[in-house]
Design a protein around this ligand. Structure first.
Ligand code: NDP
Length: 451
């Protein structure tokens, strides 16, 4: 049977664009539909604009610290609209780059919504039907709001980049990546930040000691972080929202941001109708090769809720191309993925937390927390953490957790060593780079504790 195209990709985010490009490069005839802006969550309303806001927000402390180092500069004020204009210009540039990547690889772009109308057919919003040898679903996810009255009046992370002005005060609800990153960003930009987290400690799932230090540092920098607290009721109020928390206290905030998780974009695109299985949370169920219950249809990225990170979606996309178009069945490797939370300071992590490792086997923990030279000199009491989790039996480093400025950059490198299965003794054979914070990772000779 001949099809209009060999591959139809639905979704122009990181995973979809990569799979479309690498598949087209094998000679396959590829089309891709995106009903929003090319680049998806990461480029348009996630990692990229977020990181630029992190950079903008860090200048407050840089300027303040400069004065501690003898500079007399007057810092002036932050101009949100000037920043926002540049931010949107940069996003438009990147969107153009994504378009170009696809068109220069002969991928046909449909700037409209596509739904699956058969195992080998998609239907575009304008009614056009296109048949395809394979369909790749890469529709990502979207922010979800709690089911409480007036929740729709609050912002979600998509809305942050379009604000007309920085608010004077903001309530951020949630304790995950997005909540903590934006709490630090807003705090750095001079907004009064209150954060509610319903559990006992933010960043659930991360190493306890590491997330504890991040929470301490956020509080020290001025974030009013309230754990075991959630929104009970909210209503519009003069100049913002009136929020009553689960302890009965009512406060006004100019803005409220729900950073309460993301849901896969799997509804209303014909998936269940053709026999694709969805998990309870709406994620598309796939096998190790990203194949759905319908053999001609694959799914990658946040839609499948495996590890919801851009680089993982990209690798899932490339593994798809290997499997389907290069006759080389390849399961994406989800083991020992390093990542970072861009709080201030950052949290970089790879492998097992102390708690998870101890539940699995006997371990040694090597950890040191200290005042770094740079901020110590400036009279700050902030601390960093360098931590290794080591298997007693194999001596392999099972996990590494770093809380410090630049931890994202650092954990990328440590990730290579941990992924390679290096032992503690191999870390120790590496000579220190002095004076750095990370030299501690190769100079901790005695375990802090065993478990
Ligand atoms: P997360 O799953 O990380 O965090 C969601 C938070 O919201 C949790 O603290 C959760 O609490 C809380 N929550 C959920 N429902 C409610 C509710 N009804 N009321 C109050 N609180 C609630 O999601 P994010 O949206 O922050 O991020 C989504 C994903 O995107 C991340 O998991 C990550 O994979 C990715 N991401 C990665 C980044 C990076 O690499 N730096 C940056 C941003 C996002 P509880 O812990 O109790 O469940």
């Amino acid at each position: 049977m001949s099809f209009d195209v060999d591959l139809f990709v639905i979704g122009g985010g990181s995973g979809g664009v990569r799979a479309a490009r690498t598949s087209a490069q094998t000679g396959a005839r590829v089309a891709l539909a995106e009903d929003s802006r090319m680049g998806g969550t990461c480029v348009i309303r996630g990692c990229v604009p977020k990181k630029l806001m992190v950079f903008a927000s860090e200048f407050t402390e840089t300027f303040a610290m400069a004065r501690e180092y003898g500079w007399t500069a007057d810092t002036g004020a932050f101009d949100w609209l000037a920043f926002r204009t540049k931010l949107h210009a940069e996003l438009a540039r990147l969107e153009g780059v994504y378009h170009k990547i696809l068109s220069s690889n002969n991928v046909t772009i449909h700037e409209q919504r596509a739904t699956v109308s058969g195992a080998n057919e998609v239907t575009l919003a304008d009614g056009t039907k296109i048949t395809a040898g394979h369909i790749l679903l890469a529709t990502g996810g979207r922010p979800s709001r709690p089911d409480i009255p007036n929740a729709e009046l609050a912002m979600v992370s998509d809305d942050i980049f379009d604000m007309d002005a920085l608010p004077k005060s903001i309530l951020i609800v949630g304790g995950g990546f997005i909540a903590c990153e934006f709490a630090c960003i807003m705090n750095g930009l001079g907004v009064e930040v209150t954060q509610f987290y319903r559990g006992t400690q933010i960043l659930r799932g991360f190493d306890d000691e590491a997330r504890g230090l991040v929470a301490d540092m956020m509080r020290e920098q001025g974030v009013n972080l309230m754990t075991d607290t959630n929104v009970a009721e909210m209503a519009p109020a003069d100049g913002g929202m009136s929020v009553t928390n689960t302890h009965g206290k009512t406060q006004n905030f100019e803005r409220v941001l729900f950073a309460t998780g993301r849901a896969p974009n799997s509804k209303g695109i014909g998936l269940e109708e053709v026999g694709i299985k969805l998990a309870k949370n709406g994620a598309v169920e796939v096998d190790e090769f990203s194949q759905t219950a319908v053999p001609s249809i694959y799914a990658i990225g946040d839609l499948t809720d495996r590890i919801n990170l851009t680089p993982v979606a990209i690798r899932e996309g490339m593994a798809f191309t290997e499997t389907v178009f290069k006759n080389n069945p390849t399961a994406p490797d989800h083991d020992l993925v390093a990542y970072a939370v861009f709080t201030q300071p950052e949290l970089g992590t790879v492998g097992l937390s102390e708690e998870d490792a101890a539940a699995q086997e006997p371990i040694e923990v090597y950890a040191t927390s200290f005042k770094p030279m740079k901020s110590g000199f400036a009279g700050r009491s902030s601390k960093v953490l360098m931590k290794l989790i080591v298997s007693k039996a194999t001596r392999k480093v099972l996990g590494c957790h770093v809380v410090s400025d630049g931890a994202g950059e650092l954990i990328q490198m440590v990730g290579i060593a941990v992924k390679a299965g290096l032992t503690k003794e191999e870390f120790d054979r590496t000579c220190a780079v002095h004076p750095t914070m990370s030299e501690e990772l190769v100079t901790m000779h005695n375990p802090t504790r065993t478990a």
